[in-house]
Design a protein around this ligand. Structure first.
Ligand SMILES: *Cc1c(COP(=O)(O)O)cnc(C)c1O
Length: 396
């Protein structure tokens, strides 16, 4: 094997390869990190769109997809969008984020969270994560705000930059719910609108409630690598009827109803999900419970296989939550941190597609100058996490 030189001087590499082999066998071809699964009515529903001509941004599958999302998540309103990034952009606009405002968010996230703030003309303000969920650390955020912010007349401002801090975006990393109760409390204390980036957590719940129900607004993603895919797509969730109406209006070019006139009452966006994509989504949602159940079974097998491995932990759902285990992750001890790239090489060489976590946002050139708190834990996680193949079909 190509990695034999590495194996000799690193028992941890052999132990990790062995644990993954127990779960996934010895694949002849690369096992993807997350592959979509089309085993239900996908073909029928998409064909129906083509047969009837209803392929674009109006059609019965869009309405049904939104209803199904409400049923599944418990949210009162769902507005389907062209992707998760556009859903986040709309969430921020509806939260009242204005050009020049700051938006608190984790440094440990996918680029879409920060880009959405930029699209709204706002500045990301990066905060640290905690070790249990890898989501925003509520206690550390509160301490940071006590030093860096003040609230006057119900408006939170940054003492150092003078900018208004309007919102807090939290993210459910790899599907594991962040500590929403603590984060909601911090958001209320500091007069911040709480937004959940639930792009990775469809099918995950926090103390019995589906993620996306604690924030005033939440964003889902149905990109090809997510638990459920529409090819590309997203959704805004909210329990506030006025925000739900505004989300639909803003994503449909802010057009006001009229039999034939083109009337638009503000600058809107062409962000609606096409019917063709919604058709795929309806078929996918029918099988979401089965896919999540199998992903959880796969995670349980990884957890058992990694239990005896010294120096490597398997990332488990936080107590009181149920995770969709979108991406399975192992976390290396400090002692093994220097072995991360050896492990990535050995795993990928053996056809187990494996990836590190995202490069932290403040290390990217366009976000390097943004305000931020101490990011010690995020830095650790960035250096020590490895994601492993996580497709639902791998449980079979
Ligand atoms: C996937 C993802 C998004 C949205 O991505 P799109 O590709 O625009 O659908 C947003 N935030 C996070 C954390 C994600 O993982």
């Amino acid at each position: 094997m190509a990695s034999s030189a590495v194996l000799q001087d690193a028992p941890v590499v052999a132990a990790v390869l062995d644990a993954v082999r127990q779960v996934l066998g010895e694949p002849a071809q690369m096992l993807a990190l997350h592959e979509p699964e089309f085993a239900g009515h996908e073909w029928d529903y998409v064909k129906e769109c083509l047969d009837t001509g209803w392929v674009s941004s109006v059609g019965s599958y869009v309405d049904r997809f939104e209803r199904d999302l409400c049923t599944f998540t418990g949210a009162a309103h769902a507005v389907a969008t062209s992707n998760g990034t556009s859903a986040l952009h709309i969430c921020l606009l509806l939260a009242g984020v204005k050009p020049g405002d700051e938006v608190l968010m984790p440094a440990l996230t996918f680029i879409a969270t920060a880009n959405a703030a930029s699209y709204a003309g706002a500045v990301p303000h990066f905060v640290d994560s905690e070790a249990i969920s890898l989501g925003v650390d509520a206690a550390k955020l509160d301490a940071h705000l006590r030093e860096a912010a003040r609230v006057v007349d119900g408006v939170c401002t940054n003492r150092h930059t003078g900018a208004i801090i309007r919102a807090l975006v939290v993210m459910h990393v790899f599907g594991h719910p962040a500590d929403l109760a603590a984060l909601d409390e911090v958001a209320r204390r500091w007069h911040l609108v709480l937004i959940e980036d639930a792009a990775e957590s469809l099918g995950s719940s926090y103390h019995g409630r589906h993620t996306g129900n604690v924030g005033s607004l939440s964003a889902l993603s149905f990109n090809g690598n997510k638990v459920v895919t529409t090819g590309g797509g997203g959704a805004v969730l909210t329990n506030d009827p006025a925000l739900g109406r505004r989300a639909k209006h803003l994503t449909t070019t802010a057009r006001t109803p009229h039999r034939w006139n083109f009337l638009h009452d503000e600058v809107g966006y062409n962000y609606r999900l096409p019917n063709l994509n919604a058709a795929l989504g309806c078929a996918q949602l029918e099988r979401l419970p089965s896919m999540v159940a199998r992903k959880r079974r796969l995670a349980a097998r990884y957890a058992a296989a990694f239990a005896p491995v010294d120096g490597v932990g398997f990332l488990r759902e936080p107590a009181g939550t149920s995770s969709n285990y979108w991406l399975n992750a192992i976390v290396l001890d400090a002692r093994q941190e220097a072995r991360r790239d050896d492990l990535l090489t050995a795993l990928n060489d053996a056809n187990y597609m494996s990836r590190p976590a995202w490069t932290l946002m403040h290390k990217l050139p366009m976000y390097a100058a943004c305000p931020r708190s101490d990011l010690t834990l995020a830095e650790q996680v960035e250096a020590r996490i490895i994601n492993l193949p996580s497709s639902s079909k791998l449980a079979d």
